[in-house]
Ligand binder design. Sequence first.
Ligand code: ADP
Ligand code: MG
Length: 236
Amino acid sequence: KREAFEKKLAELEQRVSEFELSSADLFSELPLTEETARGLKDSHFTTLTAIQKKSLPLALKGRDILGAAKTGSGKTLAFLVPVLEVLYRKKWTQMDGLGALIISPTRELATQIFEVMRQIGRYHAFSAGLVIGGKNVQEEKERISRMNILVCTPGRMVQHMREAAGFDTDNLQILVLDEADRCLDMGFKSSLDAIIKYLPRDRQTLLFSATQTQSLSDLARLSLKDPEYVGVHDKA
Ligand code: ADP
Ligand code: MG
């Protein structure tokens, strides 16, 4: 069984490295695990949206992304698919702790992301949790320490990181900053800075927003490494 897994993984890595950027219109054309492919199919996602078409191939190859596209353009899958694939390819298991952190400005948005993750990630074995406050901190803390993937709001995440006990971010592989512009508008700049300081520098980061501003560029400079700029604009 171990050998079969290693063989599958080697084939997948090969497909990823041979994959030509921007050549795919369908999820089925991307070099994805069977698990993710089935999760997407079951959820009736077949054709890539414009932002997914531009950013997914790069993100799957491990690049940092600074992505800008308006609300409703499909940014959620543009980061959830790479999160699942990156962890799988790193042979992440439930024992490996926190591998991916997804930060979203509001409880409502974080909850939506979590629901999509549950749908498309259903055939993966990762544990995933939602950290949005409003629950018992102690109980949340115990749950967090067992999670591979967390979807959180900035304020609550900082609180847990500061109180640290049992919460290890040293192995984090991928950070997602969703609706980064809105996070800044809502006054989460110092929380985001604090979270980023707790994370290992050697990681992949995907930053998405609807708009481009100076404060967003500052955050991008702080959090991203040689990013690809991916923008989708309305037709004139
Ligand atoms: P954004 O985060 O950019 O505002 P979402 O990720 O929330 O956008 O997606 C907006 C809507 O589009 C959701 O209802 C989602 O299910 C749908 N959607 C996203 N990607 C696809 C796709 N590839 N095919 C069909 N529907 C999609
Ligand atoms: Mg969104």
